[in-house]
Ligand binder design. Structure first.
Ligand code: DC
Length: 223
């Protein structure tokens, strides 16, 4: 038998690259628990804004991150553009990142009862949070393709929003996520790279599945 509980799939990549869709599908398929770690940074951004705080104030954001728990987000609208912006500001703060690290590692190491492993997606999972993950993916796509996907989602909640605006804010967020000193977005050295620009979600899933199956097959056997 392999030691199933130690299987960790780390998925990193920029916004709207398809990493969240892949993470959910892999988690469902393998019966692993899933954590979208972006929720944690969005959650901190939302809590700071909800208390009329300034996300650029590192002391406040770090305090909020230290007290953070997922149940504080019930009914929070963490998907809007203001929260996304606040999230990418607080995500650049070393104190905020340090405060959220233990929770993510704990989730990865000890998935909730009934699950055989964990899938975490974010920006620094393979590089910082789980450097020893069983499989690491770096999922990307061209900025134009990603902006188009995001626009298709956003135009329902924000009618009139243009694709150029979405592309613009996506590029600004990419620059903040990749240009920061604390855990910048970049592929882990041993990450499997998948460019989803010209692939369907099914194609991305089958490629990733083949890679995960192979890695699991090659894991040392345990008694
Ligand atoms: O994936 P997302 O758009 O929900 O992430 C929100 C912000 O949080 C984004 O600016 C990147 C940041 N983030 C991060 O720095 N590290 C992670 N592991 C996940 C998200």
């Amino acid at each position: 038998m392999t030691n199933q509980s130690s299987i960790i799939i780390a998925i990193d990549g920029p916004a709207a690259s398809g990493k969240g869709t892949l993470a959910k599908r892999l988690a469902n398929f393998y019966d692993f628990s899933h954590l979208d770690t972006g929720i944690l940074y969005r959650g901190v951004g939302w809590l700071v804004l909800a208390a009329d705080g300034d996300p650029r104030d590192e002391e406040t954001a770090t305090r909020v991150a230290r007290d953070f728990s997922l149940d504080r987000l019930e009914q929070a609208d963490i998907r809007n553009a203001d929260v996304a912006r606040a999230a990418s500001i607080v995500a650049a703060m070393p104190g905020v990142r340090a405060a959220l690290l233990d929770f993510q590692r704990q989730f990865a190491k000890s998935p909730p009862a009934g699950y055989f492993g964990a899938v975490l997606d974010g920006r620094d999972i393979g590089t910082v949070v789980c450097p020893d993950a069983t499989v690491k993916f770096y999922i990307t796509a061209s900025p134009e393709v990603r902006a188009h996907r995001r626009w298709l989602e956003l135009r329902l909640s924000s009618p009139g929003i243009s694709e150029e605006e979405v592309l613009d804010s996506l590029k600004r967020r990419d620059a903040r996520d990749s240009g920061r000193d604390a855990a910048p977005l970049r592929p882990a050295k041993n990450a499997e790279l998948i460019d989803t620009s010209a692939l369907t979600a099914d194609e991305v899933f089958s490629r990733a599945r083949r890679i995960v199956d192979q890695k699991i097959k090659n894991l040392p056997q345990q008694d």
